[in-house]
Design a protein around this ligand. Structure first.
Ligand SMILES: [Zn+2]
Length: 304
């Protein structure tokens, strides 16, 4: 069966070097195998995203030589579809309303993970009807998680295990304002598009177990996962959106796609030297085995 991969950018600004790297690896893997690429705009946050940014993202991807076979509906237009799957979870008896305020959730006494996220203690699991009415406001909705370990066999990072009960607790699938959250939307969108391989940034590795859990509940197959390493400046600082000279708006004016791809591929271990190369040519040299899971150090000056 042919690989179906995806680009899933958030149209809230120009692509950054880290996004470029993840998109490049996703594309190389799919094209090397003669697979299909799906593009989807993750614009659930309608305040931060726009159709103009989406168009710029498409142009940036094409400038890099990264094409796609199909663009699926943007997430902002899919509430009714997410609602169907929300109702499936509800019918399984796995959802409950949560009335906790932000400050209650981030209470210093709540157990926190090292990355600052909290573990939801299940506070609202057993509220009575009277208690629910007494809050007098619309709740968020959480899905109950089992005390069970999930294993991600990541093609770059290796084996990653997580028990959702210990790591995050019951998590939100719909916010109080009615917006479906990322975890549910991604699971439904990837599942309906038949995505078989998810390649994205390392910062999303911790989302994979939640998505695997939702996939298993909603009847979708688990895709393969590959989480690409973070790009760091030579001093160890994470390259971020603040490095304006490393977003595509600047890069497109000051370098070529081939130069950029050559430097990225060399830094990642895909090429022996940083020679300018097209994405199409690089696909012939691609293998996940060549990419190490550790952070990649990259001097922005080498891109010009
Ligand atoms: Zn609650």
């Amino acid at each position: 069966m042919a690989t179906i991969g995806r680009f899933a950018p958030t149209p809230s600004g120009r692509m950054h070097l880290g996004n470029v790297f993840a998109a490049l690896v996703a594309w190389l893997s799919v094209r090397k195998d003669g697979g299909q690429m799906v593009l989807r705009m993750e614009d659930l946050d309608t305040q931060r995203t726009s159709a103009e940014f989406a168009q710029v993202l498409r142009e940036d991807l094409l400038w890099l030589g990264l094409d796609w076979d199909e663009e699926t509906q943007p997430q902002s237009q899919r509430s009714e579809i997410y609602q169907e799957y929300f109702e499936k979870l509800e019918a399984m008896g796995l959802l409950y309303p949560c009335y906790c305020t932000r400050s209650q959730l981030h209470n210093v006494n709540a157990p926190h993970m090292s990355d600052g996220t909290y573990v939801y203690a299940g506070t609202c699991r057993n509220l009575t009807q009277e208690q629910k009415v007494a809050f007098g406001r619309l709740p968020a909705w959480r899905v109950m998680v089992p005390d069970q370990e999930w294993t991600v066999e990541d093609k770059i990072q290796g084996t990653y295990k997580e028990n959702l009960a210990a790591h995050c607790g019951d998590f939100v699938v719909r916010r109080a304002d009615g917006v479906y959250v990322y975890q549910l939307a991604v699971t439904v969108d990837d599942g309906l598009a038949g995505v078989t391989q998810v390649v994205r940034g390392m910062d999303l590795l911790g989302s994979a177990p939640r998505q695997m859990y939702l996939q298993s509940l909603l009847g979708f197959s688990h895709p393969e996962y590959a989480h690409v390493p973070m790009l760091l400046a030579p001093d160890g600082r994470r390259l971020s959106k603040r490095d304006k000279d490393l977003d595509l708006g600047y890069l497109r004016q000051h370098t070529t796609a081939e130069k950029l791809i050559g430097v990225l591929a060399h830094s990642a271990g895909l090429l022996d030297s940083p020679i300018p190369i097209s994405a199409k040519e690089l696909a012939k040299h691609f293998s996940f085995d060549k990419i190490k899971g550790d952070a990649i150090y990259l001097d922005g000056k080498s891109l010009f």
